[in-house]
Design a protein around this ligand. Structure first.
Ligand code: CMX
Length: 439
């Protein structure tokens, strides 16, 4: 085995300079409809995905069905006595592009209650997992294990026609979404609260019931609503959305597709960054006795991180080139509800300092904060200090966007996804020839 690894390392080391040369010196050579840099560099900016559910402008940030975040929050029907809208109404909006009436919203609230029962074997499987399993591994397992419930898989095996695919996809997606709050809250209480779980309250909406099952008092119900809506969709190219779409393109059902997307969300360069921000902030606060450092102290902490070869979590983005409006929206909530929170002060000082440090560092194309920079602060403030769990919250929200997308994928009969790969030798040849012949 040692020999095999030695040989492999030798080969990797020989290949690395070729890849660096191709990217740095020949990156702009067009090899087909893309450049060598795009081919090696994660297909940045390659326009080859279609969705009408959300669009991400690099300067402006996300629009859901054409509406900015503040416009979305303002337009949707609100839960009585709450600041934020029904998640159920948002689902209607994502699916149809139309703002639902209160009656239409309440119909979905009612419908999801009939779908919300989580099969008991899901809890058995979760209980059988080691207690130190990551909550995202538990969340993804719970979704995968429910695959036997898939109506799409059953109907497909019976020989359903292609133009009917969207219908069982919608049913599976609705069933899945309705069950996610109880699964997520179960994982939290099972793992961190001695298995002391809280039964759902059938009188509450999606966000309210989640807060209730988490055992966290108001206004956490509004935090949940805001959080799920903000994290729902970010057009199609991000890892969780793209993975869900890719897996669904093989006609895998909603359970298999969503769990794959959730696994992608669990990566530290994607959704896991929200827990990393908290881990990083807590490390800094430990050094300063719990008090947010001043600008100079923060600058030093940023540079220490960068000089150690690590990223500043919560900063940078593959598409965005300005402050993420999802960050701004959460900061607005914090300013209103937790202005004196020490962690909030930390995040604000970081916001004043990090963009300058990252610009001086000179690597990232976007020195501004993304959604993950602000989210943990709010969770921490309301007592959810187990930051390993934060990405599960992201996952519940992200399910809304990706499941709306794959329902539409089936409705429009989108194709099996199958991009073409090339070899490094081919790239080197085309780089020398100034492009792929005929292109
Ligand atoms: N701190 C330090 N370096 C950073 C950085 C950061 N926050 N963001 C980017 N860079 C570096 C990259 O690591 C890369 O370095 P190398 O050339 O050595 O590989 C360089 O800057 C160029 O990267 P980029 O083109 O600006 O960014 P990418 O599109 O490659 O990556 C992202 C985007 C988000 C993965 C990256 O900015 C990052 O790692 N950020 C920190 C983690 C994070 O917050 N992720 C959450 C994103 C939102 C989400 O999906 O949830």
């Amino acid at each position: 085995m040692a020999k095999l690894k030695e040989k492999l390392l030798e080969k990797i080391k020989a290949q690395r300079p070729k890849i660096t040369m191709l990217t740095k010196e020949k990156g702009s050579v067009v090899i087909d409809k893309v450049t060598i840099e795009q081919c090696i560099g994660g297909a940045r900016d390659v326009r080859c995905l279609v969705t009408d559910i959300s669009y991400l402008d690099p300067q402006e940030g996300i629009r859901f069905r054409g509406k900015t975040i503040p416009e979305t929050f303002a337009a949707l029907p609100k839960v009585p006595g709450a600041e934020y809208p029904y998640v159920e109404g948002f689902w209607h909006f994502l699916l149809t592009g139309e703002i639902p009436t209160m009656d239409e919203t309440l119909e979905i609230v009612k419908d999801w209650k009939t779908r919300a029962k989580v099969p008991s074997y899901v809890f058995d499987v979760l209980k059988a997992m080691p207690k130190d399993s990551h909550p995202m591994a538990m969340f993804s397992t719970a979704i995968t294990v429910m695959q036997k419930e898939s109506i799409f898989a059953k109907r497909y095996a019976e020989g359903m026609k292609k133009d009917e695919y969207w219908d069982p996809m919608f049913e599976d997606s609705s069933n899945l979404i309705a069950r996610l709050p109880e699964i997520a809250a179960f994982i939290y209480r099972w793992k961190y609260k001695n298995g002391n779980t809280i039964a759902p309250n059938p009188d509450l909406d999606f966000g309210g019931n989640f807060a209730h099952m988490m055992g966290i008092a108001k206004p956490y119900d509004d935090v949940a609503r805001m959080y799920f809506i903000l994290h729902s969709d970010h057009e199609s190219g991000n890892v969780s959305a793209h993975t869900t779409h890719l897996v669904a393109s093989a006609l895998s059902d909603a359970y298999l597709s969503l769990s794959a997307g959730i696994n992608g969300l669990a990566g530290p360069l994607h959704g896991l960054a929200n827990q990393e921000v908290l881990r990083w902030a807590q490390k800094a606060l430990e050094k300063t006795g719990g008090k947010s450092p001043d600008k100079e102290g923060m600058k030093k902490f940023c540079w220490d991180t960068l000089n150690a070869g690590q990223v500043i979590p919560g900063y940078g983005h593959a598409v965005l080139r300005k402050t993420d409006p999802r960050f701004a929206s959460q900061n607005e909530f914090s300013r209103k509800h937790l202005p004196n929170d020490e962690l909030f002060k930390f995040i604000n000082t970081l916001y004043e300092v990090a963009p300058g440090v990252l610009t001086e560092h000179g690597k990232t194309k976007n020195p501004w904060p993304n959604v993950d920079a602000a989210s943990g602060v709010i969770q921490w403030h309301y007592g959810l200090t187990e930051y390993d769990f934060y990405t599960v919250l992201f996952g519940v929200g992200r399910a809304l966007g990706v499941l709306a997308n794959i329902t539409w994928d089936r409705g429009l009969g989108y194709a099996l996804e199958r991009p073409k790969s090339v070899t490094t030798d081919m790239l080197e040849k085309w780089a020398t020839e100034g492009g792929r012949p005929g292109m």
